[in-house]
Design a binder for this molecule. Sequence first.
Ligand SMILES: [Zn+2]
Length: 49
Amino acid sequence: MGDHVHVRLSQGLSVSEAGELIEHSRCRCGATWTKMFDADGGKPEEPSR
Ligand SMILES: [Zn+2]
C-alpha cells in the first residue's frame, strides 16, 4: 500500500442545484472523486471584469 495508483472509473454524471455538471468517479480501492464542470460557461453571469 502507499504506491497504489488510483484508477478513476466513471460512475456517471449529475447536475447540481447550481447547474454545474458533476462527474463521479471511483477507484477499486474505494477512493472516490467528484469533478465539477461549469456548465454555464457561456452565461454572462459574472460582474464585469
Ligand atoms: Zn485507488
